[in-house]
Structure formats: C-alpha cells, structure tokens
Design a protein around this ligand. Structure first.
Ligand code: CA
Length: 536
C-alpha cells in the first residue's frame, strides 16, 4: 500500500467515525449480472513500461484502485466488473479494426499479461468483459487481404456469382459487389466494391455466412477459455444497416452460440439508436443493451440534473422502460451508462456555480438505476473531453504531474484539455470531491442490492415538483425507497403516505455539501440541494 492510499484511507476512516451518512465500506460482491462496471479505454489508462501507451500490465497494477478485494477498506472505488475496449492486434490506437481475433496487440502487452489480468480480476471478484467487434475487421486482416488477392485473380468480367468460396472461403466473409452501392467503397485497382460503412479500412463482415458465424462463435469460445466472463458487442445496429429484424437474427445465433458454451456468460450490446429499436433487440435473448436514452448531454439523466425535466420524469422514465424491455424479454438486464469513449464527457455538460454538484448528481443518478451499470474511466474524477473522439479518450489523470510514471500520453491527435476538477491524488484526499462522491455512490449501490435489482415504481413528487421518491422492490432483498433532489434548492417532501412502515434515512449522497444532510421531522423529509437519500 502506498503513502497516498494510506492518507486517503485514514481520512475516510475519520469521516466514517464522524458519521458522513453513507456506508463507504464495500459490501460483499453478489455474483450476478447486476454489477457496477468500469469501462477502460486501454490506450489511455495506465502505462507499465514507459512508452506512454496504456497497457494490460498497467491495468493489473491499478486493480487495487478499482477494487482491492478487501471489504474492510474504502480506499478503492468498489467496481465489480471491467470492460476493456478492444485488445486484439489492430492498426489503430483504439483497436476497433482487428487484424487477429486470437491475440493481444503488442502495444498492450502479451497473452500472458491478459491471462494474469483476468486471474487478478477474479481474485477480487471482478468480472471481465471482452469487447467483441464483429461488424467489421481491419482491411489488414488476413481474411480480407486473402479475399482481395482472390478477387484480383478472377477475370475482369467476373461478377459476384463467380466468387467460389470453396476456393477462397474468405471471399464470403465480406460483402463484395461489382456495383457501387450505398455504404460501399471501391477496391483499389479492381472493378470491385466492398461494404465499409465506418471507414474504408474497416470492411463490413458478411454475417449471413454460416462459416463466419461459426468462426465468431469459436473466437468467443477462445476468449471464454482465457477466462473472459462477459462480452460487449460493438456496433450491433450496423450488422445489417437499417435492418433491425436481421440484426435481431444475428444477435440470436450469437447469443445461442456463446451460451451453449457457457450459460453464465453475460452479453451487452451497443445499439446506438432509438430506445424503441434497442428495446426490440432484447427479443434475441442478449442479456443487455446500453441504455442510450439516459446517456449523453441530452439524455434523461442530464436533462433531470439541468432541470429541463422534473425529477419525476427520471422516475417515470425508469418505470416505463422496465415495462418496455420486459415486453421483449423477461430476463432482460438493463445496462445503464452515462458516457463512454464515443460520447462527450459529462464535466462539459454543466456550467455555473453548481457545475461540480451537477457532475456528481448525474453520476449518482446513473448509479441508482436498476441493471448492470457502467462508468467510463475518469468520469469518477470529472475529467473533461469533448469534440473529436481523441479528446474523449484522454489520459487518466492519476496525478497533477503529466510526467509522472504510468501516466499515458493519450491519442496522438488529442487537443490540450484543461481539466476542471483536479487529478485523482488530489481528489482522494478531499471528502467533498467528485471521486469521494463516486466511491460513496458505488458503495451505496453495492450495499443495498435493491438499488440495482429492484423493480422501479414512481411514488410521489414534492409540491414544487423538484424532488421525488422512487420505490425499488425485490423479492430477495426487500424494498427500499430512493428520494432525489436534483436541484440547487432545499426540498421538503411528506413521507407519511409513502410506506406502511415508518421510514428512516439509511444513507445519503450529498453532492452540494457533505455536512448538510437529509432529515425527517414530523413525517416530512427535508432534502438538501443535489441529494440522493435511501429510505428503509
Ligand atoms: Ca505501455
């Protein structure tokens, strides 16, 4: 344990004794699919060998920061799952164009590093999610280069009908055409075109091909054999662009194939589209889809925190989506998130005197949602980054010294980003920091299983409509109530009619002032500005 950690630990213990109103100690991990995950953009997290590029060994070195596996400490964030952005060999810093699905990119380390990483995660009760990119490969993938060589060997007048996949199976792994079509690009030096929706160097795969389907299932098995617990599916709406029915079909064979091998594997899909469309994908049996309706600067969370919609709208949106998703799959698990590597960071959404309170409050509302939730690395310290993609993937700010050992250089084309809320080492020593808030919010989520597992009911709102009370019901873990006040004003809300039992304040998250806590007097709950309170 290093000095910084000791200091933070001592401070937090002092806080606990002082009664900060939350359970900051980590609860035992429940082994199910209602976790608190942390998305790591591998290139920018922690560099173990001094080349400025984040790597897998670096992440393993920092696991104790994420969860040290010791329930008695509160110097760790308490996360229970990790999603690493792609780690396979690739031509880019982000690695979403894969050249080999069964290896680790040398920039990130070796297969042995990965195996050790997985083992160390499991020791701590952390599950590992593999980012599975099936929509496209790299143009440098041998499947594609061999397919291209084959096409070049055909006579000039050859058409799609002349492609013989017995001669070159890989020619059937992609979508080639002699016609220029929407989403297709010309194959240099030939009369052929190929589908490449994202980028010419990311040829789209032909997921109708049974040989390729089996290939992808075998790749999933390969990673499950390496200890991978879960999969994140990249770009599922682009499997068949503009064709949700075909996308659902592809998700179904994939889900069936993975679960036939390991019924406990959990899968979350990235369907960056309308809620109506991604809800329909639950029919495939895939466990989760990222809940885009609540994310980003115009999602339900940010709108609630900015006061653009009343607090009750957050509660009612939760109620409504639970009904919607369960209409497609009884076993669905929502996947709430707030930002990710493709979305502007939250610290830029808010301005004014209460901006940091709003950053915290939004993080808190994400962590109060039912399901398997995701936090993007650096959001726990309010890192900034918007505009071009590179800016959203800035180096984790471990310390205020960019030259510090382990700090990454970040993507080459990233702009200079001025961080607003300081680095991790500053924030760990401040009980009022964004980091301390996130740590407490995760601890709360882990301590009250009904937060992540409960069915949501909107109970009531205050007379001002600025605050509300939500009920979370579970059979196994009982019921809790969550009161939220996402405004800069103190709020009062009567609780006499909320429950048959007498409710008490079990815990609270106070974004504005950790010493200004909620109270109950004469059956009226007073809520400080930007607060979340658990009632039992
Ligand atoms: Ca490195």
């Amino acid at each position: 344990m290093n000095h910084k950690k000791l200091t933070a630990l001592a401070l937090c213990s002092a806080l606990l004794l002082g009664g900060c109103g939350t359970t900051t100690k980590q609860a035992a991990i429940i082994n199910d699919n209602y976790r608190t995950n942390y998305e790591i953009f591998v290139y920018s997290f922690y560099d173990s060998d001094g080349d400025g590029i984040g790597d897998i060994k670096g992440i393993t070195e920092k696991l104790d920061y994420l969860n040290d596996g010791n329930e008695k400490t509160d110097s760790d964030l308490g996360i229970t799952g990790i999603w690493l952005t792609p780690v396979c060999p690739s031509t880019t810093y982000h690695k979403y164009d894969v050249t080999d699905y069964r290896d680790i990119d040398p920039e990130f380390g070796t297969m042995e590093d990965y195996e050790i990483f997985v083992e160390e995660c499991h020791k701590r009760g952390i599950e590992v999610t593999f980012d599975f990119v099936m929509n496209h490969t790299s143009s440098k993938h041998p499947w594609f280069t061999e397919a291209v060589s084959y096409l070049k060997s055909l006579p000039e007048e050859a058409t799609e009908a002349d492609i013989d996949t017995k001669v070159c199976p890989y020619a059937g792994y992609y979508n080639f055409s002699k016609e220029s079509k929407d989403g297709y690009v010309a194959l240099d030096g030939t009369g052929w075109y190929y589908e490449a929706r994202f980028w010419s160097e990311m040829p789209d795969t032909n997921l109708d091909n049974p040989t390729l389907q089996q290939e992808f299932i075998d790749i999933a098995k390969f990673w499950m054999d390496k200890g991978v617990d879960n999969f994140r599916l990249d770009a599922v709406t682009s499997y068949y662009t503009g064709n949700p029915e075909k996308n659902t079909e592809a998700l179904t064979w994939l889900n069936d194939g993975i679960k036939a091998y390991n019924e406990n594997a959990y899968i979350v899909g990235e369907a960056w589209t309308t809620q109506k469309e991604y809800a329909s994908y639950y029919a495939s049996g895939i466990d989760s889809f990222f809940d885009f309706a609540f994310a980003d600067k115009d999602g339900v969370i940010a709108k609630t925190v900015k006061g653009q919609i009343p607090a009750s709208s957050y509660a009612k949106a939760l109620e409504k989506e639970e009904e919607l998703y369960s209409s497609y799959s009884e076993n669905y698990v929502n996947a709430p998130f707030y930002t990710n590597h493709d979305i502007n960071r939250s610290a830029g959404y808010y301005s004014g005197d209460y901006a940091s309170d709003m950053v915290k409050m939004a993080g808190g509302l994400n962590l109060m949602m039912s399901g398997n939730t995701y936090i993007y690395y650096g959001d726990e310290i309010g890192m900034k980054g918007s505009g071009k993609d590179e800016n959203k993937r800035a180096p984790m700010q471990w310390t205020s010294n960019p030259g510090e050992t382990g700090t990454c250089k970040g993507p080459q084309d990233m702009d200079d980003i001025e961080m607003l809320y300081g680095s991790l080492d500053n924030q760990m020593n401040d009980p009022g920091s964004i980091w301390s808030y996130y740590r407490d919010a995760i601890a709360l989520r882990n301590s009250y299983p009904a937060i992540a597992r409960g069915a949501t009911t909107f109970v009531k709102e205050s007379d001002t409509e600025n605050s509300c009370i939500i009920k979370k019901s579970t059979e196994e873990y009982g019921d809790i109530y969550i009161a939220i006040n996402p405004t800069e004003e103190a709020e009062a809300i009567g609780i006499e009619d909320v429950s048959e039992t007498s409710l008490k304040i079990a815990a609270g998250l106070y974004a504005n002032n950790i010493n200004d806590k909620a109270r109950i007097r004469s059956k009226v709950l007073s809520l400080p500005p930007y607060s979340i309170v658990i009632l039992k």
